[in-house]
Design a protein around this ligand. Structure first.
Ligand code: B12
Ligand code: SF4
Length: 468
């Protein structure tokens, strides 16, 4: 039985869909040997949204003659996936169509209403997809398959029980060979050595999906990276794990294992999970870049967000970043504003703390808290959410970047209800106009405004050379 896992079109950038290689290898090992990955984002060279582009994508899927198509979907991919599902089902109503991924886990009903999917798989995909494919193959019922949502015979949306999370030991080596061409073209990949995080910050969409942290065996991670290095000549990678450094013993073991591979890598880490021993081990094993979510320059705001930083003072954060910079790491500190319980004074603390860290040599980012579905903060402060138009306000988009608006503006608009960029929280004592002005002022003072909004040279080049 042939299964096609589909990575939707997204943008000019081309990151190999490593997450789908994890799903694919599980299916292959469990008996669905004829599992393929169709990476549309890589396959389609002219990405402009014309009438034909979705048709072309659907035809590419159908040409493979699959017994089922399973498409990954996050907030960025939502509009494209919904449109694709309609064309696919129109062309072949009998093809079982499954949607999984972050959006599937967070907004299964929204996806079932806006797309033509037969099944939506919530959360971790491996076991659920396997069971569902078996049911499709045997033409048996699905009501006992945990983790799926679907419309029942009377058209009512039904959510089966949630799926228990996997033991990480059950995951085989990802089927990198299924995206070999893409891997050979890209010298940087994103990997995950663990799934989830132990914390429950109110603004983070990760914890609604993964609940706690499960770590993979360092020997397996070593094997994966070795394959990427030797077979695909990958030179750098980023551990996209929510927090790579949560468990010190495991991390030190991981660093020891991957050190002989002599590769450069980066990671995301909580500021309070760093100590001298970790820094040294990470450095020795090739870590060059560390990304921290500092979130706010106000300790009180960090506390209210349940960030739970162990030593919750700016001085502690400053000293840690200083230590990292002295040890020659590239350090990125991410801040946000548009937090429902912050005040203008808090935002000004964020601005001045970000400036201090920048002076120290860190790169800083300033985001607007984007209300992705499933966040705890939405449940608590829903009444304070307002609708905005980031393009008109010249505010940085978090979900769709400028390039994506060029490419798919028309149908991004069609799904605007599902675009978290269209909503935000206002700080307690500011109106929208004052907030926007203040935000721009801070961006300017941190010298981070325009650069993020404009297209890159490569994107401009592609635009000029492919527009019909
Ligand atoms: C690596 C990563 C990236 C890489 C992607 C590289 C790549 N192609 O692999 C890069 C840097 C390109 C990236 C970009 C963006 N990302 Co990102 N990214 C991540 C990160 C850190 C890890 C993803 C991952 O590999 N996880 C491990 C795999 C195994 O998990 P998974 O992908 O979720 O897949 C599992 C399930 O979801 C499910 N599943 C997934 N697909 C499918 C498909 C089917 C058919 C089925 C059945 C199941 C299934 O099964 C999988 C295995 O169990 C996550 C955070 C996180 N910790 O998950 C954010 C995350 C996915 N990204 C996010 C965002 C917002 C973005 C950007 C929009 C950022 C931006 N502003 O530009 C862009 C969008 C790019 C795009 N095309 O989607 C959000 C998504 C939020 C949302 N509600 O959709 C996340 C959750 C971060 C966060 N906490 O906010 N990202
Ligand atoms: S520590 Fe980071 S990954 Fe963990 S819940 Fe908080 S924001 Fe999310």
């Amino acid at each position: 039985m042939k299964i096609v896992l589909v990575n939707p079109l997204w943008s000019f950038q081309n990151y190999p869909p490593v997450n789908l290689t994890e799903l694919a290898s599980y299916l292959i090992v469990k008996g669905f040997k004829n599992t393929k990955i169709l990476d549309l984002n890589f396959e389609i060279k002219n990405k402009f949204h014309t009438e034909k582009i979705i048709e072309l994508c659907a035809e590419k899927i159908l040409r493979l003659n699959p017994a089922a198509a399973a498409v990954t979907c996050n907030a960025v991919q939502f509009p494209f996936v919904c449109e694709l599902s309609k064309v696919l089902k129109n062309k072949n109503p009998k093809l079982p169509l499954i949607i999984g991924g972050v959006s599937a886990g967070l907004t299964p009903s929204g996806l079932l209403r806006s797309s033509k999917a037969d099944y939506v798989i919530r959360g971790e995909g491996e076991k659920t997809l396997l069971e569902l494919l078996k049911a499709i193959k045997n033409n048996s019922g699905v009501k006992n398959i945990d983790g799926i949502s679907y419309k029942n015979n009377s058209g009512r949306i039904t959510h089966n029980r949630p799926r228990q999370l996997l033991d990480m030991e059950e995951l085989p080596v990802p089927a990198f060979e299924l995206i070999a061409d893409n891997l050979k073209r890209n010298k940087l990949v994103w990997l995950t050595a663990s799934r989830g995080c132990a914390y429950k910050c109110k603004f983070c969409s990760g914890n609604a999906l993964w609940h706690y942290q499960r770590r993979k065996n360092p020997d397996n991670i070593y094997r994966q990276i070795k394959i990427l290095k030797t077979q695909y000549k990958i030179k750098n990678f980023i551990f996209g794990d929510d927090c790579l450094t949560l468990n010190k013993e495991w991390l030190l073991n991981l660093c020891k294992k991957i050190k002989p591979l002599k590769m450069d890598w980066g990671c995301l880490a909580r500021i309070d999970s760093i100590d001298d021993e970790i820094l040294q081990a990470a450095k020795n094993s090739g870590c060059r870049q560390i990304y921290h979510g500092i979130e706010s320059g106000s300790g009180a705001v960090r506390k209210m967000m349940d960030k739970k930083i162990q030593f919750n003072t700016n001085q502690f954060i400053y000293e840690t970043v200083k230590k990292e910079i002295s040890a020659d790491f590239e350090v990125i500190c991410s801040f946000m504003t548009g937090i429902p319980f912050e005040t203008k004074k808090d935002i000004s603390k964020t601005a001045s703390f970000a400036k201090r860290l920048k002076k120290l040599g860190a790169k800083v980012q300033l985001w607007i808290l984007t209300p992705y579905p499933g966040l705890k903060i939405i449940k608590e402060y829903k009444k304070q959410l307002i609708q905005i138009n980031r393009t008109e306000l010249n505010l940085r988009q978090d979900v769709f970047n400028t390039a994506q608006f060029y490419l798919y503006g028309s149908f991004i608009e069609k799904y605007k209800k599902h675009n978290p960029d269209n909503y935000m929280f206002l700080p307690q004592d500011m109106n929208l106009k004052d907030f926007v002005q203040y935000f721009h002022k801070i961006q300017k003072s941190l010298e981070i405004g325009q650069k993020n909004i404009q297209l890159t040279d490569k994107e401009l080049f592609v635009l000029q050379n492919t527009k019909k």
